[in-house]
Design a binder for this molecule. Structure first.
Ligand SMILES: Nc1ncnc2c1ncn2[C@@H]1O[C@H](COP(=O)(O)OP(=O)(O)OP(=O)(O)O)[C@@H](O)[C@H]1O
Ligand SMILES: [Mg+2]
Length: 148
């Protein structure tokens, strides 16, 4: 019979890494944004960063939804944690660099990037060269710091 020692007999747990990165390739599928949301919540929860999860999930959802809505190809999402800051980058195949819109009070659209601008500590977008990954397109990103 194999006896598994209790965790306390195995010595202290290793310290979690100070920086990490996850990438998710997302097909052009309406299920994509929901799967991205769940992934963000799971990654942050597992890394003890649940206090960032609500904001990160909301803003990532807006960017992933935009990637699905305004491009015709796949997308990718990268979550990077370093120096107590989470950076989420969403790449899609459309080359246009979006900007927050001036939103009329009764308009039901145009709030996604506004939310990103208001709720993130930092955000931006940049074009990808055609030869990078062979696909061009652009990246929209935001950062949230833990010491808020
Ligand atoms: N990934 C993207 N690629 C190309 N254009 C984009 C992208 N994201 C946003 N845009 C453009 O920027 C505009 C503003 O985006 P934003 O997310 O703020 O509002 P929306 O998508 O129109 O509405 P909402 O997010 O409130 O449903 C969009 O209407 C679209 O024209
Ligand atoms: Mg949007």
């Amino acid at each position: 019979m194999t006896v598994i020692a209790p965790a306390s007999d195995c010595g202290p747990l290793p310290e979690p890494p100070e920086s990490w990165q996850y990438s998710l390739q997302v097909p052009h599928d309406p299920l994509g944004p929901a799967i991205v949301r769940s992934t963000v919540r799971m990654v942050l929860g597992r890394h003890g960063l649940g206090d960032l999860a609500d904001t990160a999930e909301l803003l990532t959802s807006e960017l992933a939804t935009n990637a699905y809505r305004y491009s015709t190809g796949p997308a990718s999402v990268r979550l990077k944690w370093t120096d107590d800051t989470l950076r989420v980058s969403v790449w899609d195949t459309d080359p246009n660099l979006p900007s927050p819109m001036a939103v009329e009070p009764d308009s039901e659209q145009g709030r996604g990037l506004l939310l990103v601008r208001l709720c993130a500590d930092n955000w931006g977008r940049y074009a990808m060269a055609e030869r990078t990954f062979g696909s061009g397109g652009k990246v929209v990103w935001f950062e949230i710091s833990q010491a808020r």
